[in-house]
Write a protein that binds this ligand. Structure first.
Ligand code: DOR
Ligand code: ZN
Length: 475
């Protein structure tokens, strides 16, 4: 029996379909925004169009939990149009944008500005609202107005947003735990870093490694320890951004073993780059947290493989060339673009046998979909899911060339790196946003807020008798 009496829009033929479990030869039928069938050619419904993808692998589009599209506030660094265009070119079909824009995404007005800017997105998006002392009283309003999750800048970084006090963090977690909402944490200890940096500056250090000296791994260790204790006490879900240090992995392992709902991302720069490259590149590789000594690289890979680290994100943090190349390290803005280069860089590691293609799908797509309550709708190529697909050519080779980036930030520590494997076409909810490595400019504005399809199952909050709400409630 044919379940589709009318011709469907499209059947993709000839490709290998990849999940986190297996790679199979299969066709994919798409109608409107959804996948309606995956299987043998003979089982495909009639279709208006056929797309021959012979030789390509179809991956669920990457879901990047961590991008900074800078809009509103810093359009010379990035806009939603340029940033999401870079995502489309990188095989990334959903992004989560960070709140350190100007104004920061901690008020309804600022959120409205961001949602307006995001109307120019090529790809689907979630919005991380700001969790801080000034915003903790209206988290529910922000959720109702469209944020998917929150971000707490426990460590200071670009934008210089004050770290939340421990009191506000606890209160925020108390409020978010019963709602099942996850909070991203920039886990570095601000007070240690401020003191160290002041001492280094006073001593006249302006070299690249002074940046690492200001942010030792103990900053990450301490912050993860504190946050996981508050998350355990409240039952709140948390997500550790850009995990950088081997020394803090044991805390994640322990927190997971204690039942804390803690997910963790790392980024290609922490897996593949280190102080050797920092000495060569200086400010171009200045990022928070810093890339560390080479001894950290391999344990982060092992943690991904064992599931201690759940996923790959990019911390796509665009700045202008001028802002990245100042002589004094303290004057170089932190971060660099990544949403466009993540997939080719990671596929290259797959081609080297560092990980399997199914591992990569787990880290780039399945686990982020699960963390943000999207799995089934996103993160998988299966009937009923959004047709979010990266069409990948595993044989494509080339060199990363920053001058050709879609992002406005045409300066990258990956410049000149040889890559093996790249997305050729990207589809978001049934529509191509990139074809033959070229952005489909008509698809600008096609991206939607994932809020409408997000389902965060409600957990059982703990220690509710101690929440601020029960403290202040009149009997
Ligand atoms: O290096 C960084 N840059 N790390 C962050 O956490 C933020 C980012 C930015 O917004 O530029
Ligand atoms: Zn970031």
């Amino acid at each position: 029996m044919n379940p589709h009496p009318h011709p469907v829009d499209l059947v993709i033929t000839g490709a290998q379909v990849v999940s986190h479990e297996r790679i199979v030869s299969a066709c994919v039928a798409i109608h409107g925004e959804h996948i309606v069938a995956v299987g043998d050619l003979a089982a495909m419904p009639e279709s208006t169009h056929v797309f021959d993808a012979t030789g390509l692998h179809l991956l669920p589009g990457a879901i990047d939990s961590h991008v900074h599209f800078r809009d509103p506030g810093y359009p010379h660094k990035e806009t939603w149009q340029t940033g999401s265009g870079a995502a489309a070119k990188g095989g990334v079909t959903t992004v989560f944008d960070m709140p350190n824009t100007n104004p920061p995404t901690g008020t309804l007005d600022a959120l409205a500005m961001k949602l307006k800017a995001a109307e120019h997105s090529y790809v689907d998006f979630g919005i991380h609202g700001l969790l801080g002392d000034d915003t903790v009283d209206h988290l529910e309003d922000l959720l109702n107005a469209g944020v998917s999750s929150f971000k707490a800048f426990v460590g200071n970084t670009f934008g210089n947003l004050p770290a939340p006090s421990d009191g506000a963090l606890l209160e925020g977690f108390e409020k978010l735990a019963p709602l099942g909402i996850r909070t991203v944490v920039h886990a570095e200890n601000s007070s240690i870093m401020a003191r160290r940096q002041a001492q280094l500056v006073a001593a006249g250090r302006t070299d690249a490694l002074a940046h690492l000296a200001a942010r030792p791994a103990v900053c990450e260790i301490e912050a993860i320890s504190r946050v996981s204790i508050l998350a355990q006490w409240t039952g709140a879900r948390v997500h550790i951004a850009h995990h950088s240090a081997a020394d803090s992995l044991y805390l994640i392992e322990e927190a997971k073993a204690r039942g804390v709902d803690i997910t963790v991302e790392t980024c290609p720069q922490y897996l593949l780059l280190n102080t050797e490259r920092m000495m060569e590149l200086g400010g171009v590789l200045r990022v928070n947290p810093p890339v560390r000594e080479s001894r950290h690289n391999e344990p982060l890979w092992q943690a991904l493989k064992s599931g201690v680290i759940d996923m790959i994100a990019t911390d796509h943090a665009p700045h202008s060339i001028e802002e990245k190349t100042r002589a004094n390290i303290w004057e170089c803005d932190c971060g660099f673009p990544g949403v466009e280069t993540q997939m080719p860089i990671m596929l290259t590691e797959v081609s080297r046998g560092r990980a399997s293609l199914t591992d990569y799908v787990l880290w780039s797509s399945v686990n982020p979909a699960k963390a943000w309550g999207l799995y089934g709708v996103k993160g998988v190529i299966a009937s009923g899911a959004h047709a979010d697909i990266a069409f990948v050519d595993l044989n494509k080779t080339g060199l990363i060339e920053q001058s050709l980036f879609q992002t406005r930030s045409k300066i990258s520590p990956w410049q000149g790196r040889a890559v093996h494997g790249a997305p050729l076409h990207t589809m978001v909810r049934g529509r191509f946003v990139m074809q033959h490595s070229k952005l489909i400019e008509d698809s600008v504005g096609w991206g939607r807020n994932i809020k409408g399809v997000q389902a965060m199952p409600t957990p059982h909050p703990r220690n509710t008798e101690h929440t601020s709400r029960s403290i202040v409630k009149t009997p």
